[in-house]
Design a protein around this ligand. Sequence first.
Ligand code: F6P
Length: 341
Amino acid sequence: MRVGVLTGGGDCPGLNAVIRAVVRKGAKEYGYEFVGFRDGWKGPLEGITMPLDVSAVRGILPRGGTILGSSRTNPIKVEGGVERIERNLADLGVDALVAIGGEDTLGVATKLAEHGLPVIGVPKTIDNDLNATDYTFGFDTAVTIATEAIDRLHTTAESHHRVLVIEVMGRHAGWIALHSGMAGGANVILIPEVPFDLDQVCGWVEQRFQQQYAPIICVAEGALPKDGDLITKDTTVDAFGHVKLSGIGDWLAGAIEQRTGKESRAAVLGHIQRGGTPTAFDRVLATRFGLNAIDAVKDGDSGKMVALRGTDIVRVPLSEATGELKTVPLARYEEAAAFFG
Ligand code: F6P
């Protein structure tokens, strides 16, 4: 049995831990051989591979990024893309494919599985916005990095009596902002699911200064003002039609300064929250996903994605994971609002 492995979409801490678990268990317990596909769906589409065996995965557990490389290539948009992948897999003697990715990569996996290709999905994204799994690996690491940044911003904001806005990633879900803002004691958290009222935000800022503290505002890159549109500095879209987010942090700092007269600055965390070594939680989750994914290959359970439910790893149909985004429920946001202002 030959198993192909690929990682697609934005990279994420824990990808290497999945690859290692898939290969180690697959080789040791089932005697499988592996083919590494380079750069997401570009690999199977163009037949670009790299050797993948036990020696190739030694020492990669704590390493960030992905040894296979990644891209946002969308083979569905390429004429004859699905047939090309089918042909390349057959030519390489690949019997099953483990696709590790987020909404877009697994959306392609769903279509290929519907087409009859043997694909198993593993959910990854720092955004934690994939349905059908309680958590994705990478999220805990991103939240830990963002929380440390907020801790650091508190002391410099206090020293200068200024407003500090921290913009975090998450696309159209506010999970990273909610969790890091709560863990870091931010005074205001703004998420895409609940459009904000600028007057109310300024009210919370002034309230905070009256208590002799400097406000920290944690804003998700996809947050937007009431009656307003997404604020982004870049309008280009990727192969899956997603606009590149970021820009709300600077916009918000400017708007707050103008309205309150208080000096306001923005820190955009960007790819720092995606790079580097995964937390212990993410290493364990990624490893368990990898072990279960290779078991799914062994069982011939194509068209499924491994998922975390409570503390158990289960298998769900790929289509369940990619149909709809998992966003922050209002009740979770309302809990955090107890600390605003
Ligand atoms: O989906 C993960 C993510 O990091 C989002 O939070 C962010 O909007 C996006 O990817 C950025 O992608 P990139 O800069 O790699 O195109």
